[in-house]
Design a protein around this ligand. Structure first.
Ligand code: GLC
Length: 560
């Protein structure tokens, strides 16, 4: 099958950008307090420029008690003092631009922290007072109102309603400390428009919008169809579910009006972007990237796919076709701060529920070597697909998931909220090893907020920099070759090179081929630019990817 370029009108930077996600708390600690910060990040910008990424995305860095890693905000215009000051943020924005990169930041509009002044005001006010209308307060059921208003459950586990002292209940689709905002309230709408303007004025190049499929709730407050089910969110045990049509709180049609207003603001500032984190059914995703809405929406189904050529090929083809209907490009993601790192995930047996796996007493066996090998192949796959790619800090080092964090150190609220059933997401949030020794392997000068396992020393940037076989070298080469050979306007064609082989062509001659079968396969005739593992007798071994400039019209069009 052949699809032509999806970029007839513009050549905006974001369409084919490689964006590097910085989890600030764990990237680099500049002031030796054990927590990553803006000054640490500024000191490491040359590393990112050298790696060759086009942009960085910095997660929520706003004032917050960090009860959910900063996705619980008390002031959207202030930087958390743990990370620095607003002046530091401005310096960072300047530095990033000086390095010819862009910077996007998080917008968290579904909820605030319970310590946000608005929520404090709401809790102090009597029922039905206008200041309560910024959030979602309801009377409970039953004669004494002691039953929650609906059967809705939190994405982190347990009921989504909490009773306040005066008897009314407030909605929190996430932690109890994260009350949901009422997006039908005008003040809420105006406040977020003003927050967008604030950061655009400071020079950010866009926003990754948290829980973009949340925001609007059915004002009739019906129960969900499935009782406790209905939380299509990464943290929930029901993650495989995507919201059904007209779900009471996920993926509602009304939310798009909000997005259109944001888009009109962002457009006033030139080539800046809105990226949606929307865990919705794949066929609903194009709605988010309509011409006057988001620029991009993460393709989470790519990340959720098993290591299986036909499943991935189908996902790639569908995603590419869907975004093309809206004139956008796909957004490929292999990992982020909410999911198990790919070099561990890909070493688990097929169909393993990797969110539950770390907490299971009898675990399917992990093949760490296999996972690392596949993660390298996955990097070449992700970085040659048409569209934009989002990398998560540390994936370029091949970092594994940390599986043995002491339970008393676990910070992720999902641990407690799941009744300690799920260990949560901290295993991918452990601070980056920069050096092979030292109290925090170069992350900072003191012990880090989450302990690094001893094996992290082998993954340190310093250990990998001069090793041509390292994961870091692979990413560096891939990013340089991507710039040299791949273009947003390339045609894209899936190739049929046999069962268990994922292959596609970009433009006239660039071929990416991934062998997901057991037997070695032939490499297309041409110049081999890069492989994720050495060829054996000129053939591509199992779980290996190659980039080839083909001099052969080898592949026939696949009939997916
Ligand atoms: C998003 C974030 C996640 C956070 C949740 C609630 O899914 O990626 O880390 O816990 O929203 O804000």
């Amino acid at each position: 099958m052949k699809a032509t370029a999806t970029n007839p009108k513009t050549n905006s930077w974001w369409r084919g950008a490689v964006v590097y996600q910085v989890y600030l708390r764990s990237f680099a600690d500049g002031n030796a307090d054990g927590t990553g910060d803006i000054s640490g990040l500024r000191s490491r910008l040359p590393y990112l420029a050298d790696l060759g990424v086009d942009a960085i995305w910095v997660g929520p860095w706003y004032a917050s008690p960090l009860l959910d890693g900063g996705f619980d905000i008390t002031n959207h215009r202030e930087i958390n003092p743990l990370y620095g000051t607003l002046a530091d943020a401005e310096l960072l924005i300047k530095d990033v631009h000086a390095q010819k990169m862009r910077i996007i930041v998080d917008l968290v509009p579904n909820h605030t922290s319970m310590h946000h002044p608005w929520f404090q005001e709401a809790m102090a006010a009597p029922p039905n007072h206008p200041v309560r209308d910024r959030y979602i307060f309801r009377d409970g059921h039953g004669a004494d109102g002691s039953k929650p208003p609906t059967n809705w459950t939190s994405a982190f586990g347990g009921p989504a309603w909490e009773r306040s002292a005066d008897g009314q209940w407030y909605l929190h689709l996430f932690d109890v400390s994260q009350p949901d905002l009422n997006w039908h309230n005008q003040q809420v709408q105006q406040e977020f428009e003003s927050i967008l303007e604030f950061w655009l004025e400071l020079g950010v190049d866009g926003f990754r919008v948290d829980v973009a499929h949340g925001l609007c709730k059915d004002r009739g407050f019906p129960d969900t169809n499935h009782g406790s089910v209905g939380s299509p969110h990464p943290q929930t045990p029901d993650h495989a579910q995507r919201p059904y049509a007209n779900h009471p709180f996920w993926d509602r049609d009304e939310l798009h009006e909000v997005v259109r207003r944001w888009r009109s603001i962002v457009d006033k500032y030139g080539d800046r972007i809105l990226v949606a984190e929307a865990w919705v059914r794949p066929e609903r995703l194009p709605l988010y990237i309509r011409e006057d809405e988001y620029h991009h929406a993460f393709n989470m189904d790519f990340l959720e796919s098993d290591w299986n050529a036909s499943e991935l090929a189908q996902n790639i083809f569908d995603s590419h076709a869907r975004v093309a209907t809206q004139g956008s490009t796909s957004t490929w993601v292999m990992s982020n701060h909410d999911v198990m790192r790919q070099s561990t995930r890909l070493g688990l047996p097929p169909k393993t529920d990797w969110r539950r796996w770390p907490s299971q007493p009898c675990k399917a066996p992990l093949d760490a070597v296999l996972g690392a090998r596949r993660a390298r192949a996955a990097a070449l796959l992700t970085l040659s697909l048409p569209g934009s790619a989002y990398l998560y800090q540390g994936e370029e080092l091949g970092l594994p998931e940390v599986l043995n964090l002491p339970t008393e150190m676990i910070d992720d609220p999902t641990y407690q909220l799941s009744g300690q059933m799920l260990r949560g997401r901290d295993g991918c949030r452990v601070p980056i090893p920069w050096e092979v020794s030292g109290p925090s392997l170069g992350f900072g000068r003191n012990a880090p907020w989450l302990p690094q396992p001893a094996e992290f020393a082998h993954y340190a940037v310093a250990a990998q920099t001069d090793d041509p076989q390292s994961s870091l070298s692979l990413y560096r080469q891939a990013l340089a070759l991507r710039k040299a050979w791949l273009n947003d306007t390339d045609t894209f064609e899936m190739l049929d090179m046999g069962k268990n082989v994922l292959a596609f062509q970009r433009g006239n001659s660039f071929v990416c081929i991934v062998n997901m079968g057991i037997a070695p396969i032939d490499v297309p005739v041409g110049k081999v630019l890069l492989t994720s593992a050495a060829l054996i007798n000129g053939q591509l071994p199992t779980d290996t990817a190659a980039w080839v400039i083909s001099t052969d019209s080898a592949g026939s069009t696949s009939a997916l």
